[in-house]
Design a protein around this ligand. Sequence first.
Ligand code: GTP
Length: 473
Amino acid sequence: MWFTPSSTSSEFTPDPDNYRKPRDPGSHVELLRFRKTAFKLDDGSLASIQVSFHWHAAHRSSAVRNAAFRFLPYRNVSTEAFLDRLLKERMLGSAENPADSPAHAAVPTDKVEHFSLMLKVPDQPEDAKVLRVAIIGAPNSGKSTLTNQLLGKKLFAASQKVHTTRSRALGVITEDNTQIILLDTPGLTTPSKAKRHQLEKTFLVDPLKSLRQADLVVVLVDVSDKWTRGRLDFEVLKCLALNAGIPSVLVLNKVDLLKGKPLLLDITAELTEGVVNGKRLKVRSLVKPLQKDTSEKLLKKTSGLPNGEMQNPGNQLLTGLSGEQLRALKSRKGWSHFKDVFMMCATDGEDVQTLKSYLMAEAKPGPWQYHSAVLTDQSPEDICTNAIREKLLEYLPQEVPYSVTQHIELWRETADNQLDIAVKLHVRKDSHMKMVIGPGGQLIARIAREAGLDLTNAFMCEVRLKISATLKN
Ligand SMILES: Nc1nc2c(ncn2[C@@H]2O[C@H](COP(=O)(O)OP(=O)(O)OP(=O)(O)O)[C@@H](O)[C@H]2O)c(=O)[nH]1
């Protein structure tokens, strides 16, 4: 968090030249509310932002009859310090127009508004470009962290525990004429592990579904894990083999945790089989790069299709890979068809900016899928439960957080632009209950405070989150 909302929040009369009108020329609009919220910066100074205003559209569809549209807010920056901050922070997007960056856009707090925004016709320019990116990798490789950093906003839960992400969700970056759709997926797992950990079917199906829709696959590997970094996760390899026609890039993540950086070259050589973008790597390597024809034969064997030929993923996914293909794949440690390799720290803004620029450049002419105000397809309630789930996973030991379920009891926007949320946690065991509450109620209060701050950032309004817990077997 780089700012904390102060309690000062006021309504005021808008200057008509000072807000952005909707691009839909036919719609009759009427300004309903216009708010200004003050924020306290780290240096103690105050800045104000126009956080939201609502339009009443005359030609509403029946699905949104009772809802007012909320358009991408235009913001006024009232202190130099704040403007300075915006311009300096690279992850916040275009310095020319910081107000347009995703970090400053709000997710609707109302699920009907969210739904209507998802259905809204994209406001695309004539030269629109688009890229659908599937981010896949083993559990805990940093997929959600990377997605949040690319978005410049924390909308996806990320924790040190595996299986933080329960189902597929998307994040949308829209800048200038380009829309990048990020498909965040649960960590790839096997049917037997899914059964053992009582994981939903989404864990098995969602990554494959995401892949089918992608123009580019980003494979994330945690290089700080010495047990897994030497070879690509078998489930990842299977996904790549099933979708060999979709370009893919390798991202070696968590390089900040790696002491010996030269090791990165060895890891790269292993995971790419010594070939990137059809060219042999010129690095000292533990493995001998595969001969080009051998590598092509292997691809043929594992995908069951001629090298480079686009396959029918739907059919492949239904039938899976044959026994022979799976055996051939098992003998492989890496994938020789990555287009590029990135080494990065997903928590570092500069590294992520490099990848973001690459994705922007990879976008191809095509229609946007979403309106530019869409940041994610997650409903406001899902964002809330995921934020709480993240803290539960972070602070509760071992398997305890996985058995806690949530029930939203109150969701109310107040007239002073605050959002009141009350969530009840259902805990299965008495011993777990004590852990969730913590000594003197400290832990549950901490979880409410921290999740509340994340939601304030996501919704760009002050969120008052109350969490209680009850025993439910
Ligand atoms: N030091 C360091 N930590 C990172 C980096 N990227 C991610 N992490 C941490 O790694 C942990 C796992 O990150 P997630 O983003 O939740 O990983 P995920 O792949 O989405 O995990 P699942 O939901 O289990 O599939 C979190 O504690 C992150 O803060 C990085 O580059 N460096």
